[in-house]
Design a protein around this ligand. Structure first.
Ligand code: FAD
Ligand code: FES
Length: 288
C-alpha cells in the first residue's frame, strides 16, 4: 500500500500526488514509468514519476483527468489514503548523453513526462529548451522548468470558459507546429524530443523531418501489464513489431509507423467513454 502524502489540483484537470513509494524512488530513472492500480476493482494505468527523493522514499505523479480512472482518483482519493499498487520502475530510461542543443516538447500533460528527462539532459551539460503547448488553464510545472533547463517556453490557446473540457484540440496542434517551425528556422538544434498525443507527435515530426533533425518520441499506446506479456502496447518501429513498455517508451520518430499507432490508439474509445459515463451516473446517483 502506498500512502498519499500530498494531493492538490495544480491546474485545470491536472492533479499532483506525492506518494510514499520507496522501492520506486530508490531506482527510477528519467524516462521510466510505473503502473498504478488505485482501486481493488480498478484498471491499471501507466503514469510517470515526475520528481522523486530516494532518501525520503517519495515520488510525484501528475495525472490529467481524462477518463474514468483518473477522474475516480481525483474524486475519491484524499491525502492520507493509500494507493493499492505502484509497480515499477518500468520501461527503459531515456538515453543520457551529450547531444548538444535539444528542443524538448510537451503537448498538454506531455510536459509532465518531459520534465525529468529535460532536467537530466541539462544536468549532464546539454543546452535544453523546453516547449509546453496547451490550453490556457492547463499550464503546469512552469516555474520548475524555468529553474531546471536553459530556456522554457509556454504557448497557450484559450478555451471556451463555459466548457470544463476543451474540445478545440486542432488549435493546439496548429500552435504547436507553427511554433516548432519558427524555432527550427531561428536556431540549429541537434535533437528534438516530444511527448504528447500521437497525432500531435506526427504533426511535429512532419515539420522536424523537413529540417532533417534527429527526433525521439516517447510513445504512449495503451498499456496494461507494462512487462511485455499482454501485447496491448504493440507499435511498429523500423518495420518491426515492438512493445512500447519493454522496448521503449522512447523511439526514433523517423522509424515509427505513425498510421498504425494512431489507428490503434482509438480502439478502446467507445469502451472508455462508456466507463466514464457509467461512473459519472453512479456518482451523480450517489452509488459507485
Ligand atoms: C508510459 C506512459 C506514461 C504515462 N504517463 C502519464 C502521466 O504521467 N500523466 C498522465 O496524466 N497520463 C500519463 N499517461 C497516460 C495515462 O496512462 C492515461 O491518461 C490513463 O490511462 C487514462 O486512464 P483513464 O481511465 O482516466 O482514461 P480512459 O478513458 O481509460 O482513457 C482515455 C485515453 O487515455 C489513454 N489511455 C487509457 N488507458 C491507457 C493505458 N492503460 N495506457 C496508456 N494510455 C491509456 C488513451 O489514449 C485513451 O483514449 C501515460 C501513458 C504511458 C503509456
Ligand atoms: S503493456 Fe502489455 S506488453 Fe506492453
Amino acid at each position: 500500500m502506498y500512502k498519499i502524502l500530498e494531493k492538490k489540483e495544480i491546474a485545470m484537470r491536472n492533479v499532483w500526488y506525492k506518494i510514499q513509494a520507496p522501492h520506486v524512488a530508490g531506482k527510477v530513472k528519467p524516462g521510466q514509468f510505473v503502473i498504478v492500480r488505485a482501486f481493488s476493482n480498478g484498471e491499471r494505468i501507466p503514469l510517470t514519476p515526475v520528481m522523486w527523493d530516494a532518501e525520503e522514499g517519495w515520488i510525484v505523479l501528475i495525472t490529467f483527468i481524462r477518463g474514468k480512472t483518473t477522474m475516480k482518483m481525483a474524486a475519491e482519493l484524499k491525502e492520507g489514503d493509500y494507493i493499492l499498487n505502484v509497480a515499477g520502475p518500468l520501461g527503459n530510461p531515456a538515453e543520457m548523453k551529450k547531444f548538444g542543443k535539444i528542443l524538448a516538447i510537451g503537448a498538454y500533460t506531455g510536459i509532465v513526462e518531459t520534465f525529468p528527462i529535460a532536467k537530466a539532459w541539462h544536468e549532464i551539460g546539454n543546452y535544453v529548451t523546453t516547449l509546453h503547448v496547451t490550453f490556457e488553464p492547463m499550464v503546469v510545472l512552469k516555474e520548475e522548468l524555468e529553474r531546471a533547463v536553459d530556456s522554457h517556453i509556454v504557448e497557450t490557446v484559450p478555451i471556451d470558459p463555459n466548457l470544463d473540457f476543451p474540445t478545440n484540440m486542432k488549435n493546439v496542434t496548429k500552435r504547436l507546429t507553427e511554433t516548432v517551425r519558427e524555432m527550427l528556422e531561428k536556431e540549429d538544434y541537434d535533437l528534438v524530443f516530444m511527448v504528447g498525443p500521437a497525432g500531435d507527435q506526427r504533426a511535429v515530426f512532419n515539420v522536424v523531418k523537413e529540417f532533417g533533425i534527429p527526433m525521439k518520441a516517447d510513445l504512449h499506446p495503451i498499456m496494461v501489464d507494462g512487462t511485455g506479456m499482454c501485447g496491448s502496447c504493440r507499435v511498429t518501429v523500423g518495420g518491426e513489431v515492438k512493445f512500447a513498455c519493454i522496448d521503449g517508451p522512447e523511439f526514433d520518430a523517423y522509424q515509427v509507423d505513425w498510421d498504425v499507432l494512431i489507428a490503434r490508439s482509438g480502439y478502446y474509445t467507445d469502451m472508455e467513454q462508456r466507463a466514464m459515463q457509467e461512473y459519472m451516473k453512479a456518482i451523480q446517483g450517489g452509488g459507485e
